[in-house]
Ligand binder design. Sequence first.
Ligand code: DQA
Length: 149
Amino acid sequence: MAVILNLLVVNGPNLNLLGTREPEIYGSKTLKEIESDISNEFGSIHIEWFQSNDEGEIINKIQTLVDGKVNGLILNPAALSHTSIGILDSLKAISIPKVEVHISNTNHREEFRKNKITAMGCDYIMEGFGPSIYRLAISNLKFVIENKG
Ligand code: DQA
């Protein structure tokens, strides 16, 4: 029987501005549009979407995952990917499968975006497919969880 999945998607600073923020890099869909399109597509998966511009709030949210009730985490730490040891440590404290995602291909951008501190705390990293990266990450995570790696 198929496992019923509970996934959490966490988005970091400035991703609340998707749609208007540098659309040539991030596309023209708002975060709300991305969330509802993808949630509708994966009707059988329960997906919670969380966005914050605040590093502490993101750490608090990740800490709620310690009880293992959520099956997997998709995290776009945005700029905090390049700086946050606090988020890295919170990721290391939880044992569910974790995917770091980026909408843009950070390897084609400024040098500082190549350094991803938080990705060291994730099992997987995916990037550069535009806003569809969330859809692709959910699909891959579903495969990994249902096939136990
Ligand atoms: C981003 C890439 C980061 O370098 C940047 O700071 C972001 C968005 C992405 O999704 O491509 O805010 O995480």
